[in-house]
Design a protein around this ligand. Sequence first.
Ligand code: AVI
Length: 310
Amino acid sequence: MQFAPEAPARIRAELLAGLSAPVATIAPKYLYDALGARLFAAITVLPEYYPTRTEAAIFARYLSEMAALLGPAATLVDLGAGNCEKAERLFAALGVRRYVAVDISVDYLHASLERLQRHHPAIAMLGVGLDFTRSLCLPPEAGDGPRTLFYPGSSIGNFTPGEALALLRQVHAECRGGALLIGVDLVKARDLLEAAYDDPLGVTAAFNRNLLRHVNRLAGTDFDLADWRHVAFFNAQRSRIEMHLEALHDTTVRWAEGERRFAASARIHTENSYKWRVDDFAALLAAAGFSASRHWCDARGWFAVFAAHG
Ligand code: AVI
């Protein structure tokens, strides 16, 4: 297991800079503490949150076509591997011989890889603890031949188009002539999108508000969850769902060396989830250096899986 820990001081500085910015922001990666990861797992089984099950159905239906296009993927690199379940479903069809799981949360990764190694003793496995949203640079142990990079779940949607291009260029470099398999959520009717990010059970609201507890632990702030509500809406002009935390009344958040006042209805921007059009995403892949991309969609055209050569 490789691990590049991020210094707590750097995390704290990043969080406090975001809170002090003219438009207060907290990066979405901080949504995933231990409870946040569980709340996200609960989101993926909500009836309103269609992406996870729609993507799984696309893989189940078209995996052999994808494998034929990509050829054998001796080395599979899983970006944001988590419980590694999505990648495991590809092992047989893609003929995987080395599996490299990359995730910011190494503790979780460690447990997942132990389980996986027992089930697949012939596959060499490596866990890499890395915040690849900063920089994607795989260790030499990830293999020096072509690699197939796997980035499911439409996590690419959590980056602005400019950031997504920069990340995909790094992904292209790390492919070393191999390939990319990536899941992308598509533009659809506003009511479907907004229900997926503001479910009636309040699981997504809990996921968003839990971020404040995590920030209190990481940055020493004194957010009171009772002061904040979850807001999510589709910004059609920017083609993205925006998640915010909105102050219910005037409130001040304090930390050791500073404070920030929030007037009633002021917001902290916590996440964007971009929804792509197929042609625009194909153009993004080409701009990042990929060639011969192909995609598979569900019958409703809600989600797409793209495969491309590096
Ligand atoms: C991880 N990511 C792709 C999810 C999304 O849909 O943007 C995170 C999420 N946020 C709210 N619900 C799910």
